[in-house]
Design a protein. Structure first.
Length: 256
C-alpha cells in the first residue's frame, strides 16, 4: 500500500491515512517484527486536548527488555497556566510545575531523544492513541518529529480486533477488560505501563501481530484507524454535528 524509503517522506495511497516520514536511520521495511519483550512505552500528560497547541506537563517512557524495566519520568514547566480542566485530570497544578518542572524545551528534547534512541536500538514504541501523543511532539518540534521506527497502538488494535465489544475504549476501560492493573489513571507512568501490558496481552491473543513484518503492521494500524475514523465521522454528520476535528491520520497528524 505504501513504501518506506530512506530519507523520503511517505506519500499515502489514501489522503490523510498516514503521516509519517522515514530517514536513513531506519527503513520500516527492514525493521524487526513486533517483539513484546522489547518495548518502549510512552505517555504524555499535557495542558489540553488539542495536540496542535498542547504543551507537556509530564512525559514518561518505560523501556522493557525481557524482565528488565527502566523508567524515565520527566516533569515540565509548560511555561503557561495549566487549565483547571487539565489539572483536574492529571493532578499537576501550574504552581507545582513552575517550582519543580524542568524547562519545557528540555523535556521535549529529551523525550524525542529517548524515543529516537529506542528506535535505533530496535525497540517498538507503544503509544495508546498514538495520534494524540505523537502529534503533540510533532507540533512542539515545529513538524520536525519523524517516525523512525515501529509503533504499536493498543487503542487502534483493540478496536480493530474486537469491534463489537460494548463499552468505552478509554485506557481505564480497556485495562479492566484485559485484566491489566491501572493504579493511577492519567498519571503518565501508570498509563505508559498499562499500555505496555495491554500490548503484551494483545500479542498473546492475536499472535499474528508478532508475525507480521513491521511495515505491514504499521500499514494495518493506519488502515484500521482510518476506517474507524471515517465511520465515526459519518455517524456525527448524520447527527448534524461538527466533524472538522476528526482526523484520519495515524500514527500522527501533520501540523497546519
Amino acid at each position: 500500500m505504501f513504501s518506506f524509503l530512506g530519507g523520503i517522506d511517505i506519500t499515502p495511497i489514501w489522503e490523510g491515512l498516514l503521516l509519517v516520514a522515514s530517514t536513513p536511520l531506519a527503513n520500516v521495511g527492514d525493521m524487526e517484527k513486533f517483539n513484546p519483550a522489547k518495548m518502549l512505552s510512552f505517555d504524555l500528560e499535557t495542558t489540553g486536548v488539542d495536540p496542535a497547541v498542547a504543551r507537556i506537563v509530564t512525559s514518561s517512557l518505560i523501556k522493557i527488555e525481557g524482565s528488565n524495566k527502566e523508567t524515565t519520568d520527566l516533569l515540565a514547566d509548560p511555561e503557561m497556566e495549566i487549565p483547571k480542566s487539565a489539572s483536574d485530570i492529571h493532578g499537576i497544578t501550574t504552581e507545582y510545575a513552575r517550582e519543580h518542572g524542568a524547562p519545557h524545551d528540555a523535556v521535549v528534547a529529551e523525550t524525542v531523544e529517548r524515543i529516537y534512541e529506542g528506535w535505533e536500538r530496535g525497540f517498538t514504541l507503544i503509544v495508546y492513541n498514538a495520534p494524540y501523543d505523537l502529534s503533540v511532539l510533532n507540533a512542539l518540534t515545529g513538524g520536525d518529529f519523524l517516525v523512525k521506527g515501529g509503533v504499536v497502538d493498543p487503542f487502534v488494535i483493540d478496536r480493530a480486533k474486537d469491534p463489537y465489544r460494548k463499552g468505552a475504549r478509554k485506557l481505564e476501560s480497556v485495562s479492566a477488560h484485559y485484566g491489566v492493573s491501572l493504579e493511577n489513571a492519567h498519571e503518565s507512568q501508570s498509563d505508559a505501563l498499562a499500555a505496555a501490558r495491554i500490548a503484551w496481552k494483545l500479542s498473546r491473543i492475536y499472535p499474528e501481530l508478532t508475525e507480521m513484518p513491521m511495515e505491514e503492521l504499521m500499514e494495518a494500524q493506519a488502515s484500521w484507524h482510518y476506517n474507524k475514523q471515517i465511520s465515526f465521522k459519518k455517524y456525527l454528520e448524520g447527527k448534524g454535528e461538527d466533524t472538522s476535528n476528526i482526523s484520519t491520520a495515524w500514527p500522527m497528524r501533520g501540523i497546519k
